[in-house]
Unconditional design. Structure first.
Length: 478
């Protein structure tokens, strides 16, 4: 009787009946190939170093196909990244896929493609072991699943790290030797120069700006004022293009940038490396006399220079003015117009820190506010009874005085004696009297109010009674 076709035994059943066992199916091992090249040189070629490394890895995986090895489709290629760091885009993706259990084996051409640092590689091996991922080097024939493979790996990594350190020493020695010859070794060119054929070439427009910076520091004596002057005139730092074609736009100056320019010996035609100066291949922009004069200024104490600068800048109301809106002091400042003329202002510190939009006062023209205050003070000379009333108010509040009536009379006579000779006094003497009479000036959007300095008025009256009225400038000069 013939069996129906559907009931015929399969080949496997016949083999089993004859005692023949089938081989077990091996699980797939998902393999990822990682490639790396330290520089971007040659990566634009049709078949570059990364392609060569990948081809070797693919051939090795194909040779292990009978063991169940299969290549994953994702590529992990890092072109232009050093092996001294783990911060590489493709490596980061590879580690993320390992943690997600998408990879069973990592294949590289040589072990140093993955890392040149023994410490970094120990971290990678820890990630591999935690996720049960093996590591294979095609040309060095080992994997980390065996103790001998791990020993070989550590030895190879030690030599790879040694090679990296030797390469670094050679690069540093070459850099130092090139700087000693005065050669430009790359990077952002200093303002005043451009780079052509790997050499610094003077940029005439920027060179004029460098000379202006040095001259203005000698004029102003202050880096702070110099920065304000440069920014007020619209000057910016250097704009330049990288070798990759990216444009680096210039920015407004700050004190750090100005000090860097003032300390840069490249403007003397020198090349500096680790504190040592060598004759450079480029032309100088400055002469030694200007350089020495500027550095003589910079060698003085910064606070001392600030005091000298403040003394040169007239600001009789310095420290007296207060913005009532922000409850902050108003400080003197100045800018220069296109014609080079200086314009003085008193600036609210609150507006300076939080922006002028939040303060209705912001800045006040110095000449205007000083004129108003001086006019108010001169009225006191014509009407000293106003001062006497202020003194009387202090007496009513319990202020100290042996004879209030005699004190009021003495103060009225002293203040009145200033009126006929006020215009003839030296400016410094006028400012001193002003600061004795006025304690604070409150500036509001709708006007100002002056608070008299009672203790200062008493002191001034005593001084005038004992020493007499200050001599006018003409009489002192005679």
């Amino acid at each position: 009787m013939v069996r129906p076709a559907l009931l015929r035994p399969t080949q496997g059943q016949r083999e089993t009946e004859r005692g023949v066992s089938r081989p077990a199916v091996k699980p797939k091992i998902r393999c990822a190939i990682y490639t790396r090249k330290s520089t971007e040189e040659g990566l634009d070629q049709e078949f570059n170093s990364l392609d060569a490394q990948r081809a070797a890895g693919e051939a090795y995986i194909a040779s292990q196909s009978n063991e169940g090895w299969v290549l994953v489709r994702d590529r992990y290629d890092d072109g232009g990244f050093s092996g001294g760091s783990l911060e590489r885009p493709a490596l980061v993706r590879l580690l993320a896929d390992i943690e997600a259990r998408r990879i069973d084996c990592v294949v590289v051409y040589k072990v140093d493609r993955l890392s040149r640092s023994l410490m970094d590689f120990a971290k990678l091996v820890e990630v591999f072991e935690r996720n049960k991922v093996s590591f294979v080097s095609v040309t060095q024939h080992f994997n980390t699943t065996t103790s001998m493979g791990r020993l070989t790996l550590n030895i190879l990594l030690s030599f790879a790290q040694f090679e990296r350190e030797v390469i670094g020493e050679r690069i540093r020695d070459k850099f130092a030797a090139s700087r000693a010859k005065g050669m430009w070794m790359g990077g952002c060119p200093p303002i005043g120069y451009d780079v052509k054929n790997r050499k610094l070439v003077v940029n005439k427009t920027e060179a004029d700006l460098v000379r202006l910076i040095f001259r203005r520091l000698l004029d102003l004596g202050s880096a702070t004022l110099l920065v304000k002057d440069l920014n007020a005139k619209g000057y910016t730092t250097k704009s330049w293009h990288t070798q990759g074609g990216k444009c680096r736009e210039g920015r407004p100056f700050d004190k750090g940038t100005v000090y860097k320019i003032l300390q840069n010996r490249v403007y003397l035609g020198e090349a500096v490396h680790k504190g040592k100066s060598y004759p450079g291949e480029h032309e100088p922009i400055l002469d030694r006399v200007v350089w020495d004069r500027v550095h003589a200024v910079l060698s003085t104490n910064g606070r001392q220079r600030a005091r000298v600068t403040q003394a040169k800048t007239p600001a009789p109301l310095r420290g007296l003015m207060r913005c009532t809106h922000c409850n902050r002091t108003m400080t003197p400042t100045q800018t220069r117009g296109g014609n080079g003329k200086a314009y003085r202002y008193y600036l609210c510190l609150g507006a300076m820190r939080r922006g002028h939009s939040g303060c209705p006062i912001g800045t006040v023209a110095a000449s205007e506010i000083e004129g108003v205050v001086l006019a108010q003070v001169r009225r006191l000379f014509n009407a000293p009874e106003v001062v006497a009333r202020a003194i009387a108010a202090v007496h009513r509040e319990g202020g100290p005085s042996e004879d209030p009536i005699a004190e009021e009379k003495r103060i009225m006579e002293a203040i009145g004696s200033l009126q006929p000779i006020w215009d003839e006094l030296y400016p410094a003497e006028q400012n001193r009297v002003l600061r004795l009479l006025v304690e604070r000036i409150d500036v509001a959007a709708d006007g100002i109010s002056i608070l008299l300095h009672i203790a200062g008025i008493r002191s001034l009256a005593t001084e005038l009674a004992q020493e007499g009225v200050p001599q006018p400038a003409e009489r002192a000069a005679a």
